[in-house]
Design a protein around this ligand. Structure first.
Ligand code: HEM
Length: 240
């Protein structure tokens, strides 16, 4: 029997709407599809996907390492966000979290600095991408440090910002294609922005704004649920 969105679940809590249920499967499918689309062309040697800078012999190895560490970041971010795994196997969460930080996000973001310098982006595009790389490093490091300090609410918040930045790889392509094919304005906008606004700037701002909105919304709901259940709110002294 299916439950309506508002009907109570077996535990007496309101049933969650379908889009609020674990979204780990669609996320994994999306990230996997991106890897299947983007990685194989790079495995064919230096004649691969994008034009490489002939003046920088390290451009190809840098790209391969960047994509390799990026793949680890994609695989481990799915594990990190999986509520079931976090609850049942905290040791796996800790190990895959370290992999995400030290064998995924940090090396891929650091290597992107070489790609920014060697690649064909305009100065405006290079600055936007460098800001994205810097934010990726900062949010991931702060998220890791907060976990070590056992400040888990802060850890969760910073790691969700890190998630917004790692998945920017997808949003930037989606936004660029969306703008390109937007009826009427596509080619005009592209001629004006040269693809250096949508990917290098706009997309990570959109991702961060969405995660920030979601964090505020869930925090409000949690506060309301606590107030409804009579449990004290954090930071509020219990009277009586
Ligand atoms: C953490 C932040 C990241 C930054 C700042 C970043 C930055 C960059 C830069 C500057 C390039 C070269 C673009 C060019 O020369 O036009 C690039 C290429 C690429 N990056 Fe990243 N990247 C990041 C994360 C990732 C992740 C997590 C993946 C996942 C696998 C990834 C996959 C790729 C791929 C496949 C390319 C080659 C471009 C293509 O074939 O379309 N990147 N990235």
């Amino acid at each position: 029997m299916t439950q309506s969105p508002e009907s109570p679940s077996a535990a007496g809590r309101p049933a969650r709407r379908w889009w609020a249920r674990p979204w780990i499967v669609p996320l994994a499918v999306l990230l996997g599809a991106f890897l299947l689309w983007k990685v194989p062309p790079w495995l064919g040697g230096e004649r691969a996907a994008l034009p490489l800078n002939p003046g920088v012999p390290l451009h190809y190895p840098l790209m391969i390492l960047h994509i390799g560490f990026g793949t680890i970041a994609f695989a481990t971010v799915c594990l990190q966000l999986w509520p079931w795994l976090r609850a049942r196997h905290p040791a796996v969460h800790r190990v895959s979290g370290r992999l995400y930080v030290f064998a995924g996000m940090l090396p891929t973001a650091l290597l992107s600095v070489g790609l920014i310098l060697a690649g064909p982006l305009t100065v405006f595009g290079k600055i936007g991408t460098a800001v994205w790389a810097t934010l990726s490093i900062v949010t991931t490091v702060v998220g890791f440090v907060r976990a070590r300090q056992r400040r888990f609410a802060d850890h969760r918040r910073w790691m969700l910002y890190s998630f917004a930045l790692v998945t920017n790889v997808i949003t930037s392509r989606a936004l660029a294609y969306l703008v390109l094919y937007l009826p009427g304005i596509g080619p005009d906008i592209i001629a004006f922005t040269h693809f250096q606004v949508e990917g290098p700037w706009l997309s990570w701002m959109v991702n961060l704004a969405l995660v920030h909105w979601w964090l505020r919304r869930t925090a409000r709901r949690r506060r309301a649920a606590r107030a409804g259940s009579g449990r004290p709110l954090p930071g509020h002294a219990q009277v009586g």
